[in-house]
Ligand binder design. Structure first.
Ligand SMILES: NC(=O)c1ccc[n+]([C@@H]2O[C@H](COP(=O)([O-])OP(=O)(O)OC[C@H]3O[C@@H](n4cnc5c(N)ncnc54)[C@H](O)[C@@H]3O)[C@@H](O)[C@H]2O)c1
Length: 319
């Protein structure tokens, strides 16, 4: 099995790359820039090529030599950046996906795995929002609001249509809120959860003004990578193209902080009550019913406590 990865040096990418290497898979890691700051352990050890997903012909010439069976398409810009520069948001996050799919079809790639997001659901209201958090299923309506959300929905639509017209099998994973090493300092408000963990472990006080009552579905980056690799290497055709990947439960920030205090007894954490800790002004907080992922490729999100234990251990090993 030969797997090519776009966006391989990002927060999720480095975990995906490590997981594929551990599984003994032959990989081609690509990224628009060669920057190993999130994974110095991988520097000099990868079959790596620069490839910008907005440049279809360059992407094709990089991938042509490798002849991948599967492409894992992670390259994207994240919500704050996409919103600040909508044209670039569309260029990278939609046309980038179109280029990956076009190249995949030209090169007879069997499967493209796309990292979608709960952002595809956009603004979450009614029984799906606070305080009931009925888990969203893949068949529920999407209400994309910002550029990033629209790009995820458009990319899924592109993938489904390439599959319909003879392109690769397409699988999109709609992830819950991802946390883990690498996000702090890089992902703005999206790194708040990671920041809480990293401050607590470093002995810095954590002060979040509001949002302790807000529930959300969380997934640890290592577990997200496990899901990506599981679906990429899945041997049989997939019965569906869109998969939620979350725990199915909206945990409050208070609950998250309590688990963390159990792991880091010296943690000094104060979180105010209320909603919207990340200050989006839009209710993106939800739970994702992920039964389909469990049934079709056997992936289930592990306990939050296990994820936090791993994260805390990584941080302690760094010091
Ligand atoms: N972090 C989350 O909470 C979350 C949740 C759901 C889905 N996702 C998705 O997972 C994927 C990876 O996210 P991440 O957290 O690793 O983000 P990241 O920003 O850490 O990584 C993205 C990588 O893509 C690269 N990149 C950016 N523009 C590129 C281009 N034009 N061509 C090639 N490479 C380019 C960047 O250099 C970076 O290495 C994205 O598609 C993201 O939307 C993330």
């Amino acid at each position: 099995m030969r797997v090519a990865i776009t966006g391989s040096l990002g927060v999720n990418g480095v975990f995906v790359v490590r997981s594929l290497r551990n599984a003994g898979v032959e990989i081609l890691a690509t990224n628009s820039i060669e920057d190993y700051s999130l994974a110095p352990d991988l520097a000099g050890k990868l079959n790596f090529r620069i490839a910008d997903v907005t440049d279809q012909s360059a992407l094709k010439s990089v991938l042509r030599d490798f002849r991948p069976d599967v492409i894992i398409h992670l390259a994207a810009i994240l919500p704050v950046e996409a919103q600040a520069d909508p044209y670039r948001g569309y260029a990278v996050n939609i046309m980038g996906t179109a280029n990956v799919l076009a190249v995949a079809r030209d090169l007879d790639v069997a499967r493209v795995v796309f990292t979608s997001s709960k952002a595809a659901y956009g603004e979450v209201t009614g029984i799906y929002a606070h305080p009931t958090y009925k888990p969203l299923t893949e068949d529920d309506a999407v209400h994309p609001k910002n550029i990033y959300d629209h790009a995820k929905v458009a990319s899924e639509c592109l993938g489904l249509n390439y599959q319909r017209c003879g392109g690769p099998e397409f699988a999109a994973l709609r992830f819950a809120t991802i946390f883990g090493p690498g996000k702090v300092g890089k992902h703005g408000p999206m790194s708040q959860i990671s920041g809480i963990v990293e401050d607590a472990v470093a002995g810095r006080p954590v002060r979040i003004r509001q949002g302790g009552d807000q529930g959300d579905d969380y997934i640890y980056v290592r577990d997200a990578a496990t899901a990506i690799v599981a679906i990429a290497l899945h041997k049989r055709p997939l019965p569906h193209a869109i998969y939620n990947v979350g725990s199915g439960v909206a945990r409050t920030l208070f609950h998250f902080a309590d688990i963390l205090r159990g792991l880091v007894p010296s943690a000094d954490i104060e979180i105010g009550p209320g909603l919207d800790p990340m200050g989006f002004g839009v209710s993106y907080y939800s739970a994702l019913n992920s039964d389909r992922a469990k049934e079709d490729f056997g992936f289930e999100v592990p306990e939050l406590a296990a994820a936090l234990r791993d994260y805390v251990q990584i941080l302690r090993e760094r010091t």
